[in-house]
Design a protein around this ligand. Structure first.
Ligand SMILES: Nc1ncnc2c1ncn2[C@@H]1O[C@@H]2COP(=O)(O)O[C@H]3[C@@H](O)[C@H](n4cnc5c(N)ncnc54)O[C@@H]3COP(=O)(O)O[C@H]2[C@H]1O
Ligand SMILES: Nc1ncnc2c1ncn2[C@@H]1O[C@@H]2COP(=O)(O)O[C@H]3[C@@H](O)[C@H](n4cnc5c(N)ncnc54)O[C@@H]3COP(=O)(O)O[C@H]2[C@H]1O
Lengths: 141, 141
């Protein structure tokens, strides 16, 4: 049964390793973070510290919300704010040994899930695309 | 077999109907479109004309790329540009009668797929979340 196969497959087998994941540093100013997001085209990316310990997630929405002023978008506010002040730290993570079946539950509500080991070290991300590709594959196996 | 069940289920059964979908008009200026995207929190939404005929997709990325100037983000350019000049018209669509199995293939590469009838009328969107929820359900049936 497909469920049993996916219960045995681990998240580490489907995830993008951290060296392939665009990220920002927790101490970066928001104008830099927005430039990274616009140039790479990603709507949101992980935030880490200098030891590559996972901190949270930052998105274009979170940054642009800071610019909503009386005069519409006030982007000069961004150089004075840091990623740490705006990022979302309340996000689920997965262990690299978690099953793909557990991963499926989590990506229902999140475009990607950060994969972290027991020490909080950032190992990679499990994306909806990788999950959907695998499930599509299962349909024809 | 799960594949047969999903081959018989239609996209219209899983899609969000157009009256529940945030969208912008093809003639809107880009500053208005960006405000809609920031306030609703969506990274991209469908574009329609005044007769609700599907035109394409617009995203925060596409709009912000227009503001990348010498002086970093130049947002005052946005009121002078229209959604039509920046939107992506090269996007796949699905018929409401297409199978969920066909829909699965398409959402592998797109966070959502617009559903249009034979006349190009915008019926709704099929999202990855709806697809993943259904596939998760199938795992336990
Ligand atoms: N440069 C690119 N090349 C090819 N396809 C692209 C692309 N940028 C976006 N896409 C497509 O658009 C989807 C949504 O991207 P988004 O940036 O909103 O949302 C992304 C982004 O927030 C994050 N992500 C994906 N890959 C990443 C990476 N290498 N570094 C950092 N974040 C990543 O995970 C979310 C889900 O990614 P997923 O692959 O499932 O889904 C992606 C992928 O199907
Ligand atoms: N206001 C909200 N409430 C609850 N969850 C939210 C949310 N905004 C975003 N999310 C979550 O984040 C995912 C990615 O949203 P995004 O805006 O990048 O990408 C969205 C957006 O571009 C579009 N979309 C979804 N619902 C929409 C709607 N009602 N109107 C217009 N576009 C929509 O389809 C993409 C995929 O949506 P999906 O539901 O699979 O996946 C959504 C959903 O899981």
């Amino acid at each position: 049964l497909q469920r049993e196969k996916l219960a045995k497959m681990t998240v580490s087998e489907l995830m993008f390793p951290s060296d392939k994941v665009v990220h920002v540093q927790v101490g970066n100013p928001l104008d830099h973070a927005l430039l990274v997001l616009v140039k790479t085209g990603y709507s949101s990316v992980p935030v880490v510290d200098t030891s590559n310990i996972f901190q949270g997630i930052i998105s274009k929405s979170m940054i642009l919300e800071e610019t909503l002023g009386v005069e519409q978008f006030e982007l000069d506010r961004l150089s004075a704010l840091q990623v740490s002040e705006v990022m979302n730290t309340n996000v689920p993570c997965l262990s690299p040994d978690a099953s793909v079946l557990d991963g499926l539950k989590k990506v229902i509500d999140h475009p990607f899930i950060c994969v972290t080991d027991k020490t909080g070290y950032f190992d990679g991300i499990l994306t909806r695309r990788a999950m959907l590709k695998q499930l599509n594959k299962e349909m024809y196996t």
